[in-house]
Design a protein around this ligand. Structure first.
Ligand code: XUL
Length: 510
């Protein structure tokens, strides 16, 4: 490895913002040189998004604006160009994006659909049933693609578009996910998908990382040629298009295949081997870990996606994450300090008071009809409701991730709420596991920069093993460890069972 510094840019187009992190690598040691974040609502009010989503009267419909994502990318590269670092050393760029969002383009590159359905959408129940029936049932679909049909996945969303507007569908030459769409803009050419994101479509054969013809045909006629290619996650897919070089003076850096935000977070929290899990407390709450072999849940919970290391990742996703926490905070006029104070002033187990925080239709468990449910909890009990929302999220996560078969002893925590150690204490107690924080907050974005380094090094015939790639920037902070408290662990062992029973009763009554 040469002594001269090499720089890598990571991007993350999430639900609510676009982030960038520039890292420098000298003699195998990595450091963060610069980072920035651009929240969509504030930076682009002309698009009218709220929390990155376009307003919709139908609570099941959640779409956003692909033109806004492009505008954000344009402006962010402008900021990169002006960040003061020596960009002649920028060797590679990679990125990640919110998963599942689909973008529809004509042969001339214009949008054939001005909006993109995103991961929060749950309006494709019929299409899920139709695809499931055509391929031979939910178990077959899950076994083959890693997931039963999910409403937010791109396949059912594509089918809905085909049924609603067959003409516009016929005029669509290319359907991208957000990741490959934005990578295409950097390349100035059609970018492929990686297995980590393509596996979130109900269309990819997990065993081969190729499109599964039966699912493709079950989804919509003529779909095959409209889908991007799938390449290994660590692929260099081209170089930064000349236009970026002439406009911003950026060098012809390598572009590395983009992936989904969750697989990128695995790298950004140092999870390049199996045995531990990452819990991300972001717009969505997720729990994920590397799997050496694909182990699909027979009960139809969670997903197996491709991992950036070429392995698999098991993941369970909850829609009512940060927005649910914010709704409870705002309902009682609290700030985050007040929210924490409520957690500290209430006992573990909340004296048996339980909340089901389904402000929006929930993904896990499948709750199509939104509405907060409370058991033994008065709506005007401020601290009780604060503790209840956090305990509910942690108990649901612990209960619904059992299928992944990981004995959770250590959790890598990331996402905005991972900064809150009172929240992490509840996590440690519910899971009976040590919880760690990280030096770089945005693990998905950091993962992109580290993936750019990893793939660039391999392409330069100077490969760097994954453990070395994550060593400096994505290692848990030893001093941040939050340990479980014995009495609380016992309380939650009992409460988790009661929570699961109450959840089952509520769902049967839907
Ligand atoms: C993953 C999922 C969410 C989004 C959030 O399946 O739906 O975590 O990726 O950006």
């Amino acid at each position: 490895m040469s002594g001269a510094q090499r720089c890598y840019l990571g991007l993350d187009s999430s639900t609510q913002s676009l982030s960038a992190i520039l890292i420098g690598v000298t003699g195998g040691r990595a450091e963060v040189l610069w980072q920035d974040v651009m929240p969509f609502d504030q930076a682009f009010p002309e698009f009218g998004t709220v929390h990155g989503v376009l307003p919709s009267a139908d609570p099941l419909v959640r779409v956003s604006s692909p033109a806004m994502w492009v505008e954000a990318l344009e402006q962010m590269l402008g900021r990169v160009a002006g960040c003061g670092a020596d960009l002649s050393r920028l060797c590679a760029i990679s990125g990640c994006a919110q998963q599942h969002g689909s973008v529809y383009l004509g042969s001339d590159g214009t949008f054939t659909r001005s909006v993109s359905p995103i991961w929060m959408d749950s309006s494709t129940r019929d299409e899920c049933a139709e695809i499931t029936a055509t391929v031979g049932g939910a178990a077959v679909l899950a076994q083959r693609t890693g997931s039963r049909a999910y409403e937010r996945f791109a396949g059912p969303q594509i089918r809905k578009f085909y049924k609603a507007d067959p003409q516009a569908y016929a005029g669509t030459a290319r359907i991208h996910l957000v990741s490959s769409f934005l990578a295409s803009h950097l390349l100035g050419a059609e970018a492929p998908l990686d297995p980590g994101d393509a596996s979130g479509m109900n269309l990819m054969d997990l065993a081969t990382n190729e499109w599964w013809l039966l699912a493709v045909e079950a989804t919509a006629p003529g779909l095959g040629p409209k889908l991007p290619r799938i390449v290994p996650s660590a692929s260099v897919i081209g170089t930064l298009a000349p236009r970026w070089q002439s406009t911003y003076g950026l060098p012809p850096a390598r572009i590395v295949a983009w992936t989904g935000d969750n697989s990128s977070s695995l790298v950004g929290t140092g999870l390049v081997t199996d045995g531990h899990v990452v819990v991300s407390l972001g717009t969505s709450d997720t729990i994920a870990g590397i799997m050496r072999e694909s182990r699909v849940d027979p009960g139809g919970i969670g997903h197996v996606f491709g991992a950036p290391t070429g392995d698999f990742m098991g993941i369970t996703v909850f829609k009512n994450g940060s927005l649910a926490r914010e709704r409870v905070r705002d309902a009682y006029g609290l700030d985050w300090a007040g929210f924490s104070q409520c957690l500290r002033s209430t006992p573990a187990g909340n004296l048996g008071r339980i909340m089901f925080p389904w402000f929006d239709p929930e993904i896990t468990p499948d709750v199509p009809v939104p509405g907060v449910r409370r058991v033994g909890l008065e709506p005007d009990d401020v601290p009780g409701n604060v503790r209840a929302v956090v305990e509910a999220q942690m108990m649901a996560m612990a209960n619904h991730s059992r299928w992944m078969g990981v004995a959770v002893r250590r959790i890598h925590a990331t996402g905005g709420a991972a900064a809150n150690r009172d929240v992490l204490q509840v996590m440690a107690n519910v899971f009976n596991a040590d919880v760690y924080q990280f030096p770089v907050g945005n693990s998905a974005c950091l993962g992109s920069a580290l993936r750019a380094w990893h793939a660039d090094a391999a392409a330069s015939s100077d490969p760097v093993p994954w453990p070395d790639v994550v060593r400096d920037l994505a290692a848990p902070l030893v001093a941040s460890r939050v340990t479980p408290q014995e009495a609380a662990v016992a309380t939650y062992a009992d409460l988790r069972t009661r929570y699961a029973e109450a959840e089952g009763r509520l769902r049967r009554a839907l």
